[in-house]
Design a protein around this ligand. Structure first.
Ligand code: CP
Length: 318
């Protein structure tokens, strides 16, 4: 049995979703994915609604897939990037958000480098807030699109062995994926050099190792993470070449996983650092571009469900 709606006003993280709510989002996204295969990619489900996309950090996939989701659902979008706004004159985050709220949007989609910013705004605004990535804390829609991709390829979560490899310390993707995959019944093993593995991470219900071969052994899913140089992920690593020698996913290393294991990466990729081009572009094993496609469906589902829509009636413009 799945939930019939999302309980919260906002989507701030996967931590606060229950498994029924996750299944509801995945089921709704699965049905909405069909919109992207139509010749005319437009349904009236969010006609008359307005979404502010408030990005204080760079983004390609998340920002443009939210925008695409909004367009396909017939919502109006306001796109905010710091350059050219009064943030450059020193206007505070809260004043910025309150002034945008004064224009009566229905949603605020926010990405920010500081953990907790979406929660801070959600508690002060009536507008629904969706977390598009807050520091190294959470990136809920990424984990949901990852889960949809895994479900499409593997058909289950229970007992699935997922290896997540790379810069664990600086990754919001890994935290949301740990919440999501463990709630759905998967077994998660994290792998990183000791300098990129945070203390206490096992308390989230996962295994953790610095032995790449051991992490890959028997894995059904291999999720590679970017070394986040801009957040300090390069500190303590001798060089990109040495990182690739020890923790780069090559075809030879992938052979240690199950023969039908899929390869994932949230992007953007550092080719030749955490993953070889040969693996990244392997159409049999890599599902990296399917993750991006599923991102639009998941973001449509989240916007639609948070607006109060019921899973069965989005095609009617409800
Ligand atoms: N996966 C992800 O968040 O990518 P972007 O930073 O390009 O949005």
């Amino acid at each position: 049995m799945t939930a019939e709606s999302i309980r919260s006003k906002d989507l701030l993280g996967v931590e606060t979703l229950d498994p029924d709510e996750i299944h509801l989002i995945l089921d709704t996204a699965e049905s909405m994915a069909e919109i992207g295969r139509r010749e005319i990619k437009k349904v009236p489900a969010l006609r008359g609604r307005m979404v502010v996309n408030l990005f204080f950090e760079a983004s390609t996939r998340t920002r443009f897939s939210f925008e695409t989701a909004e367009k396909w659902l017939s919502a109006d979008s306001l796109n905010f990037a710091v350059k050219g706004t009064s943030v450059e004159k020193g206007e505070s985050l809260l004043d910025t958000a309150r002034n945008l709220e004064a224009m009566s949007p229905d949603f605020l989609v926010i990405r920010h480098s500081s953990p907790g910013v979406p929660h801070f705004l959600a508690s002060r605004l009536k507008t629904r807030v969706i977390n598009a990535g807050d520091g190294a804390h959470e990136h809920p829609t990424q984990a949901l699109l990852d889960a949809l991709t895994i479900r499409q390829r593997k058909g289950r979560f229970e007992g699935l062995r997922v290896a997540i490899v790379g810069d664990i310390t600086h990754s919001r993707v890994v935290r949301s994926n740990i919440w999501c995959l463990t709630k759905l019944g998967a077994n998660v093993t994290l792998c990183a050099p000791p300098t990129l593995m945070p203390a206490g991470i096992r308390e989230m219900g996962v295994a953790a190792t610095s032995d790449f071969a051991a992490a890959l052994d028997g894995a059904d899913v291999v999720m590679m993470l970017r070394v986040q140089i801009e957040r300090g992920g390069g500190a303590g690593l001798p060089s990109a070449r040495e990182y690739f020698t020890h923790y780069g996913l090559t075809r030879e290393r992938l052979a240690l996983a199950r023969p039908d294991a899929i390869v994932m990466h949230p992007g953007p990729m550092n080719r030749g650092v955490e993953i070889s081009s040969e693996v990244a572009d392997d159409v049999e094993r890599s599902v990296i571009l399917s993750q991006v496609t599923n991102g639009v469906a998941v973001r449509m589902a989240v916007l639609y469900l948070l607006s109060g829509g019921s899973p069965e009636s989005w095609g009617d413009g409800a």
